[in-house]
Design a protein around this ligand. Sequence first.
Ligand code: GUN
Length: 281
Amino acid sequence: MQLIDGKAISGQIKDEIKKQVAKLKEDGRSVCLAVVQVGEDPASSIYVRNKHRACEYTGIESLNYTFPESVTQEELLHLIEELNQNPKVHGILVQLPLPKHIDESVVVKAILPQKDVDGFHPENVGRMFIGEDGLVSCTPAGVIEIIKRSGITIAGKECVVVGRSNIVGKPMGLLLLRENGTVTFAHSKTKDLKEITKRADILVVAVGKPKFITKEYIKDGAVVIDVGIHRNAENKMCGDVDFENVKEKAAAVTPVPGGVGLMTVAMLMYNCLKAAMKQEV
Ligand code: GUN
């Protein structure tokens, strides 16, 4: 089995970005990401910290805005408007989930599409849908990169995506289609899930259930991409795929940690660079 090395591949991407950011700096230009966090959800705090670290590594400036859980939607929208207007800020990211009294979709739509480095704004989602250039959601974009940079061809392959969220599952299917894969979406209402997932040459799993996918769900020689991130009581990480169980049967698997999670952050850096280059010409 090929262990797909997310650490090496994301490192490669971050190094490429670091070089391009340094080149921009020689021309007196910069790249700047604003990260907004509401409350102190421990998982969100880890993700936000990783994003700032990646900025530091690549030479991207990062601004940090932290609000208490009690912040009003109006206050949050006020900050977004300020960041939209600030020509020094190229990317705006509001860490999700937000508290229940705030409407996430209103917040996402308030971000200027050209600064929407998460690729969640309907304009960016729509652009991806019709194959126009825009900012693409980082996790599915990272999955495409990790597959391609592992030397795996997508064109003509049976691709099965398990999960249909707006952040991962739906855009994942569209991007695999854009790469000429034959795509099936499976989800919680799918009948006989195993029969569907066993057809996959490339299986992308984003179900949010620890170690859900075992060898009974995959065919011999499948490529298995694990988008899940879970922590057990001892804080040990695992994915949606039972890695030890599938590793003899699969041709290639992404580990957790060390797989797709690192790619998400690398693609965020890519989106920041892309946003800055578009905005400063
Ligand atoms: N929460 C979980 N994943 C993400 C992500 O990709 N972006 C943002 N903003 N919040 C998240």
